[in-house]
Design a protein around this ligand. Sequence first.
Ligand SMILES: [Zn+2]
Ligand SMILES: [Zn+2]
Length: 366
Amino acid sequence: MCVSKTLVVDILTTGKLLSYCKIVTDSNSAACFLGKKSTLPYFNLILAMGKCEPVIPPTELKRNASSTAKPKSSKQPILWYNVFKFSVMHLVGLCGAYVIFLCNWKTTAFNIVYGMVGHLGITAGAHRLWSHRSFKASLPLRIFLAACNSVALQNSIYQWARDHRAHHRHSETDADPHNAKRGFFFSHMGWLLMKKHPDVLERGSKIDVSDLMADPVVAFQKKYYRWTTLVMCYVIPISICCWSWNESIIYAYFVTSLRYVISLNVTFLVNSAAHLWGNKPYDVNINPAQNLGVTLLTMGEGFHNYHHVFPHDYRTSEFGIRFNLTTAFIDLMSLLGLASNLKKVSKETVLARRSRTGDLMSAASG
Ligand SMILES: [Zn+2]
Ligand SMILES: [Zn+2]
């Protein structure tokens, strides 16, 4: 027969009374049901000699207690120029979606390939190389990736990598530039439409970016960013379409703009969708999740639960090149002798982490 009793639980790490649990035991004093009312939704309890004990170590509790706290309200004025710019950009992109039915099919095909090459400048370049230093790249490869990065037009490598390091260091807090706890729209695009949160500015200024400016390729791209993006994102692709198969310059412009808007939103999905939806085989205590849709769209960046647990693994997943064109590209560069020191997490470490903090019922793929 089950016996019910209520215990007040003192969270030792904070010294505050945060929750209570109702424990029902069977006649052998083994837990048969754990009901709870807690500000920490994952606060699992076990019954040990009539006491409640947290399953999660105190350090984890402290970290998660702060991450589940509501973001501090702070005035962040809207940047109306950015709102106007993004609105016009998306309207022009929508026109491009209509123009692809009128233009030469080669213009559409070319922009798909060109967009994928540009995306490498984000995934292999700004993200895996410059933000995380998960491999080393020779000068020709760094120049190529910087050029691709300018095709993508998503801020300079320096700015992108600085924001991304802040995102990993202060994930899901006010110091995270695209804090997903503020909802889908804010983490997707909204964060670019308003002034940065004071915590982002304050704690972001403490992020070490000295290595970025020490790289002459990054410094050059930062200095001439406007020109390199104008040439790589618009002038070159439009010129290729017009000169190679006599495409109308207007059609070429609209399809190029559509390519840009799609590439932008696809990258944004990593910050929004992959922080909101998916399974968590490596760590159930964090928001980033494995999201197959994002993985396919971003050439391998949707294994986000794995990536936040092991950010220095150049593959961003434990599955190598599966659904991961970016990893295949880095492997190819390594074969050609242009990339080296590819950092990997061992299978044993991954398994140990999965059994310690992961959701063992969920598949690791996706
Ligand atoms: Zn993330
Ligand atoms: Zn990352």
